[in-house]
Design a protein around this ligand. Sequence first.
Ligand code: SAM
Length: 344
Amino acid sequence: VKENTTQFPPKLVQLLDGFKASKALFVSSKLKIFDLLKEKGAMTSVDVANQVKASTCGTERLLDACAALGLLDKTHQGYSNADLANLYLVSDSESSLHDFILHCNDRLWPLYTHLELAVKEGTSQNHCTFGKKGEDLFQDFYYQNTEMKQRFMSAMHSIAKVTARDVASAFDLSQFRTVCDLGGCTGALAYELTEIYPEMKVTVFDLPAVITNAPSFRPSRQNTAQVSLSSGDFFKDNLPEAELYILSRVLHDWCEEKIHTLLSKLSAVCKPGSALLVAETVLDEKQIRPVRAVLQSLTMTEGKQRSGSEYQQLLEKHGFTSVQIKITGNLIDVILSFKEVSTH
Ligand code: SAM
């Protein structure tokens, strides 16, 4: 089919404007415009500008951009939140993505401005973005001060809150009474698991700096006695005993050597019949879908995104068999495997 070259291709228009739209969302979130409109209802641009202490002309353009993007409604009474904004963009809703949006603005945006260099050198540009060299993304960068740590944990928590239900219910896990979520961060998945499985006890295992902060993310409404927190380094320290281990959004961060260390260790502590649940975005076999995972790879960390068959191979190499993969339709997919029963 011959392309109509007298029209600017819509797909390219979208790509050319994509970064402007992202930044409009980020800045509106940073200025807490969605929180303000939720609290006050419809407002004029002048009133919003006064409240957020920004220029009237700049605020008006930003509000119009948000209305154009479907984040705000614009009527003769002024601007108000669209349903999407009330659900996901205000900072205090159950499914708020506010902290993840700030993480995208403060951490990922600067990282992606160095993409050209990252591609040329084949390495992550964390040192350009964070102003120092380091080997461990978490201990050397994200947790270098309390404010950054809090923001990173909040960002992880906001993604986990909107994915945990699908991850926790992808397979029937009722046979497992003791579970350990390695790199479990704020415990969002652990609390979701205990909602679904009232008999389950879940240990959230993470670095000491994270575990110190984790209690502030504990949900108030729930029976939290089923969840315990344990601190340590999963590469170096002994792991808590469990019938089911979870690695949620952990494997994609690390190089092959570190993954080998971690999975060998897990394989050694797992008794036959116990299991490993990996939660990651699973790539298609061509490695080009879903787009968001392919774009995420451009952070150029030492880790990588994998397809279903690559996860299967990796797990089988470390003695985990009967691999089942569930594409959830949410941001994160789930892979369940069982520790091989030794035939010796
Ligand atoms: N599992 C959570 C989720 O799915 O939302 C958090 C994923 S986050 C990308 C990776 C987690 O691994 C962080 O909470 C981080 O602190 C933890 N982590 C990194 N290195 C670790 C280590 N050496 N030992 C234990 N946890 C570690």
